[in-house]
Design a protein around this ligand. Structure first.
Ligand SMILES: [Zn+2]
Length: 527
């Protein structure tokens, strides 16, 4: 099943003829600030799923929806519970390897991180490592790294490179050229290896291939990791060990096999690549703390004004969770506040929901709007994935999903970047909205980073709903000064998934309101 190849047509979005009303005045800068400050405050403990702080954050969102007059989205409730399993690996775990040319031991967090997909407290791995190149089986590109049949991979640990094989001069369109396809995502690598019966996967991190440093892998995987709890009778294959290693660790593992990692990498770029049995044994006994509990998606609805069209929905999504409490920084701060990621998006969606709920009904857009605040996005888009299989309004009546993950607070912009717009007719509505507001729409500036697969709109796209993730551009109307410029230019390197993603009083609410207004306008054109 190639459900991740997203080609979407359908849905008649057509621009309305009347000039669209500017609704900037429907948003309150004070409320926007109060909400974003509240959501990213220390007492929500970084909004980890299955934590008290996370639950308080979800309850706060529901409270704000209710106070604004937004209807509950799940019958009489603002919550849709998602059963999650959390595992937290013992940080003293050691990864041991033994090969024909040597042996070595590696330290958790420093050299590797690992988690189990077994949804149990203890697993032990004692297997042989196979170097499986990019770990891709893509008939579409006539590419298969899994040569030799499934039996060769059963019970093995596969060492795999992230991303797609690069396009070549002869084949510039191989794996979509410069852009990342789903085959390049680490989620795909885990899924495919599990389908082959592998016991585990070791992914090789490099800063260039990931677009961020080891610090991000470490903080994102070194603490609690969650999955949707498997239901009885669910036979989806899983991995006992899902791990990442630094480039240095991977090099040493291959050296213990008498192999050179760089040479293997070069070979893996070719179609005729053959997987390599390294003769290296890997041992890891992974003891984990385990918890199983519900974590809520928060959901509200504002009904549209047209008696027929109100049966159709635009779903706005913005995850409420972040990384919770984790490794402390040098100053002893261990709360991952996730102010930009994604308190800013939640505050923005609350602003839109409130603006709509307070409008007289006949002034509202014709279609209904569903506001979804998914849980556990940082854990692999879990809340949105769950919603896409347990939708609260029919998917065939869901005409679009607009996702917001990280809202501009630097200063008003001249451009936006709706990721994935080109994949469906939703682009028409966005183009019309941009024209109304004299804004430019950019296409994905860094397609190699695969951002289309990295937030909650992707599960919607997978089930056939036209979906975009609205990102702001960086063409600021006024030059940024001081803090705004520093934060914006160093975000990926210094603040992404770090404790320093915090709210500051210099945040410019007019920028957030501009984005909220644009997001609202984009969904109303075509009504
Ligand atoms: Zn996010």
């Amino acid at each position: 099943m190639r459900k991740f190849i997203v080609t979407l047509v359908l849905v008649a979005f057509s621009a309305s003829i009347l000039p669209a009303q500017n609704r900037t005045a429907s948003f309150s800068a004070d409320k926007m600030r109060e909400r974003v400050k509240r959501l990213s405050a220390d007492d929500f403990d970084g909004r980890g799923p299955l934590t008290q702080g996370g639950l308080r954050a979800a309850e706060y969102i529901a409270h704000e929806l209710k106070a604004a007059g937004v209807q509950p989205g799940n019958k009489k409730s603002y919550f849709q519970n998602v059963k999650l399993v959390g595992v937290k690996a013992n940080p003293n775990s050691m990864l041991e390897i033994n090969g024909p040319k040597g042996s070595d031991k590696f330290k958790f967090a420093e050299d590797f991180v690992a988690t189990t997909g077994a949804q149990t407290a203890g697993v032990s791995i004692d297997s042989e490592i196979v170097f499986a190149g990019y770990g891709i089986d893509a008939p579409l590109y006539n590419w298969n790294d899994y040569k030799g049949g499934a039996a060769d991979y059963r019970g093995k640990v596969l060492m795999i490179m992230v991303n797609d094989p690069p396009a070549t001069q002869d084949e510039p369109g191989l794996f979509g050229g410069k852009g990342l396809t789903y085959y390049g995502r680490w989620t795909y690598k885990f899924e495919e290896a599990a389908r082959r019966g592998a016991a585990g996967v070791i992914l090789i991190h490099t800063d260039e291939s990931a677009g961020y440093g080891w610090n991000v892998v470490r903080t994102s995987n070194g603490s609690w990791r969650y999955e949707i709890a498997r239901e009885k009778g669910d036979n989806t294959p899983f991995l006992n060990m899902k791990s990442w290693v630094t480039n240095g660790t991977a090099t040493k593992i291959m050296r213990a096999a008498g192999l050179n990692l760089d040479e293997l990498r070069a070979k893996a770029k070719r179609r005729d690549f053959q997987p390599v049995n390294t003769g290296v044994k890997v041992k890891l006994s992974l003891e984990s703390e385990l918890k199983v509990a519900d974590s809520p998606n928060v959901v509200g609805i504002v009904k549209g004004s047209d008696s027929k069209l109100r049966k159709q929905y635009v779903v706005y999504s913005g995850h409420w969770d972040h990384l919770g409490i984790g490794e402390a920084n040098a100053k002893g701060d261990k709360i991952y506040n996730g102010a930009y990621d994604n308190a800013s998006g939640v505050a923005t969606l609350l602003g839109i929901a409130e603006a709509l709920a307070k409008m007289p009904e006949k002034e509202r857009p014709k279609r209904s709007m569903l506001f979804l605040f998914p849980t556990a996005e940082e854990q692999g888009l879990l809340g949105a994935e769950y919603y896409s299989h347990h939708p609260l309004v029919p998917l065939d009546k869901t005409i679009a999903n607009i996702n917001i993950d990280g809202v501009n607070f630097f200063g008003p912009v001249k451009d936006f970047m709706p990721l994935g717009a080109e994949r469906s007719t939703i682009s028409k509505a966005l183009d019309a909205a941009a024209k109304e507001r004299n804004l430019t729409l950019e296409t994905d500036q860094r397609p190699e980073q695969g951002f289309f697969f990295r937030s909650d709109h992707f599960p919607f796209a997978k089930v056939g709903v036209p979906a975009v993730s609205l990102q702001h551009g960086d063409y600021f109307i006024k030059p940024l000064t001081g803090e705004a410029r520093d934060f914006s230019s160093t975000y990926t390197a210094k603040h992404y998934h770090q404790v320093s993603d915090e709210y500051h009083d210099w945040w410019d609410m007019s920028a957030m309101i501009q984005e909220a207004e644009f997001a609202l306008l984009s969904s109303t054109l075509g009504s």
